[in-house]
Design a protein around this ligand. Sequence first.
Ligand SMILES: Nc1ncnc2c1ncn2[C@@H]1O[C@H](COP(=O)(O)OP(=O)(O)OP(=O)(O)O)[C@@H](O)[C@H]1O
Ligand SMILES: O=C(O)C1=C[C@@H](O)[C@@H](O)[C@H](O)C1
Ligand SMILES: [Mg+2]
Length: 171
Amino acid sequence: MTRDAQPRVVLIGPPGSGKTTLGRLLAERIGVAFRDTDADVEAVAGKPVSDIFVDEGEARFRELELRAVRSALAEHDGVLSLGGGAVLNEEAQALLAGHRVVYLQVGLSAAVQRVGLASARPLLVLNPRSQLKKLMEERRPVYERLAVLTVDTDGREPGELVDEIIRGLPA
Ligand SMILES: Nc1ncnc2c1ncn2[C@@H]1O[C@H](COP(=O)(O)OP(=O)(O)OP(=O)(O)O)[C@@H](O)[C@H]1O
Ligand SMILES: O=C(O)C1=C[C@@H](O)[C@@H](O)[C@H](O)C1
Ligand SMILES: [Mg+2]
C-alpha cells in the first residue's frame, strides 16, 4: 500500500447516518472521486447487498466487504464511505489507523426515520428500531475509537455537515 493513495476522508457510522449521501456531496465539494464499499461489493457480486445476504449469507458479504475495504484504502485517493458494519472486522480496524476517519453520529429516532425512507437494509428487515438500537450500542465504542473527527448529524442538513467536515479535518 502506498500512502500517496490515501483517501482524503473515510466516513464511518451506522445505517442512516448519511455516509453515502454526505460522502457523495463532500467528494463533489472538494473535487475528488467518491467510492463506497457497498457499491464496490455489489459490483463484484453482480447483485444488491440485500440479495447477497439472502443468497450467500452475511459471512460471505463480510468477506467481500473486507476485500473491498482493503482495495479502497490502498487505491482510492478521494472520499471513501464504508458500509456500516465494515469497522467490526479487526483487520479493517487496523488498516484504518492513521487515516482521516470521520464518524457520522446519529440518534436512534433520526436513524430510524432515515432508513425508513431509503431502500431495504438486510439487517433491519424485522423491527428496524430495536435492531438499530442494538447495533448502534454495540458499535458506538468502535466508531468512536477509530474516528479523528465526530460529527453529530441529527437535525442538520447534509450541506452544513459537509462544511463542518471540511473545517474540522486535519490538513
Ligand atoms: N443529515 C441528513 N438529514 C436528513 N436526511 C438525511 C441526512 N443524511 C442522510 N439522509 C437521508 O437518510 C437516508 C440514508 O442515508 P444514507 O444512505 O446516506 O446512509 P448510510 O449511512 O450510507 O447508510 P448505510 O449504512 O445503510 O449505507 C437517505 O434517504 C438520505 O437522503
Ligand atoms: O450496518 C451494517 O452492518 C450494514 C450497513 C450497510 O451499509 C451494508 O453494508 C449492509 O446492509 C450492512
Ligand atoms: Mg451507504
